[in-house]
Design a protein around this ligand. Sequence first.
Ligand code: GDP
Ligand code: MN
Length: 397
Amino acid sequence: MNIHEYQGKEILSSFGVRIQRGTVAKNAKEAVDAAKALTEQTGTGWHVIKAQVHAGGRGKGGGVKLAKNLKEVEEIAGEIIGMNLVTPQTSAEGKKVHQVLVAEDVYYPGDSEPEEYYMSVLLNRATGRNMIMYSTEGGMDIETVAEETPDLIFTEEIDPSTGLLGFQARRIAFNLGLSGKAFKEMTKFVMSLYEAFEKSDSSLFEINPVLKTSDDKIMAVDAKVTLDDNALFRHKDYAEMRDVREENATEVEAREVGLNYVDLDGNVGCMVNGAGLAMATMDLIKQAGGEPANFLDVGGTADAKRVEEAFRLILKDDKVEAILVNIFGGIVRCDRVAQGIVDASKNMGDAMNVPIIVRLQGTNADIAKELIDNSGLKVYSAVQFQEAADKVQEVLS
Ligand code: GDP
Ligand code: MN
């Protein structure tokens, strides 16, 4: 589950990670009140107004702006709230901004220039261990750094039996070229950041930039935090951070009825049981020259009601031109699934307006095929996996 920058910072801060402080605001007046309160607390006269949407690159899209007085706070907040923010990470329509983070300006002048670093914590899937990835090249796209100057990206892998060790945090501070107070601050930052990552059951932290202020404080200016959905039962307070306005409406609906659905860009809707078979089905559609419109795992109980719910979800997507049902009848009998498909098609009537290719294998597959073939519906049955994919191509061309 993704959360907003301000929520990510709340989590970091609760584990002692220093953050750029701020308050979230839903309108220009709240923004001004937040700025006043921040000035009292931090002494800052300048504020940054930051659009809160689930997408990076907000600065580039005009969603992060500096306000030098309260009048500018009001103007900028008024301008950003309600706008459709387009960034390199959103679609062309952009994302509607419902709230901004009013934050203290932390790029103030001082003894030295502020410096921006990049730091993320994530799982290295190749080794099965967490790692901290970091770079002196903060503030910019890490993909660009990886492409142009890969030697400026460092990693530190963590042994799960010892956790992050002090020398590793010191090595990070050293590789970032720090010394003195900034060095100590960085080791403390890294240790608390990793503790936060583990204890919050996160699957990704991306802090870009981590800032060294002109007076050598180290802090998180940005925070992209992805929480592990499967651990949310342990963190009721984090679960409440979900903002469904930021999520795909069909995916939200699917979650509510207990279906595993991920929206994709193609034109072939997929209804499959089991995540592995769903992945294989998507591969086969691609190999046959099509593009999957979604990933959908209906799970073990593919009865008529569930099948109908799944069809309705898939058909919400206007791009869908055909649906491939690929179900293995292991626990669930194929004839029951087939009956479910026939009933669902009849119930849905005109709403079911695209050809359906059905492949049912396993217990009672032959009875299932008969049911489909004799239903009088515009449903094509297939026996082999390849045959199903070929049929999809046939109906599309
Ligand atoms: P992103 O564009 O979505 O990654 O949003 P960030 O939170 O990373 O902010 C974008 C950029 O805004 C940063 O890289 C900074 O250059 C700038 N910025 C953020 N906070 C401040 C601040 O307190 N003062 C100034 N002057 N610039 C800031
Ligand atoms: Mn950023």
